[in-house]
Design a protein around this ligand. Structure first.
Ligand code: THU
Length: 160
């Protein structure tokens, strides 16, 4: 028997303005997308923006449904849109911002488990790490150098 320790390393920026310029502009696109989210049930708005290696930026926001499980998170809306529109392009960076409609939050909101699994698929497909930046509506921004770092012991095509 042995113990195995799994560690994740994250970078925390104290403020949006500390981010590199390209990430500020990517996060601004995520913020714009967030304001267009369709979230009449939870009133929790999420926006995501993805930078591709062809220079294109693809955005997504959460899309809810009266049949709740039929809705989709912002991150998956964006990543499936990128996969559908630019199937050959690699995903380099993803910026995410989230918070309720009425109250902002300074707490960085990470992608949910299902979104992590979906993003992981593309990281494996393209064999290139995806940088993820996530925040609330203001305040600190957390960066992970790869999705794998947010989803240890992930399930992928190598097991099939
Ligand atoms: N949501 C996202 O868009 N991304 C996540 O990673 C977590 C949750 C959305 C889904 C739903 O519309 C609302 O936030 C509340 O769960």
């Amino acid at each position: 028997m042995k113990q195995v320790k799994i560690t994740s390393e994250l970078t925390v920026y104290d403020d949006f303005n500390e981010l590199p310029n390209d990430i500020i502009s990517l996060m601004e696109k995520a913020k714009e997308a967030r304001l267009k989210a369709y979230a009449p049930y939870s009133k929790f708005l999420v926006g995501a923006a993805i930078l591709l290696d062809n220079g294109e930026v693809v955005i997504g926001s959460n899309q809810e449904n009266a049949s709740y499980p039929s809705g989709l998170c912002a991150e998956r809306t964006a990543i499936y849109y990128a996969g559908a529109k630019f199937p050959e392009a690699k995903i380099i960076k993803m910026a995410i911002t989230a918070g309720s409609k009425s109250n902002g939050t300074e707490t960085p909101i990470p992608p949910c488990g299902a979104c992590r699994q979906s993003i992981a698929e593309y990281e494996v497909k393209q064999d290139l790490p995806i940088e993820i930046y996530f925040m609330g509506t203001t305040g600190k921004v957390v960066k992970s150098n790869s999705l794998a770092n947010l989803l240890p012991l992930g399930f992928d095509r190598s097991f099939l």
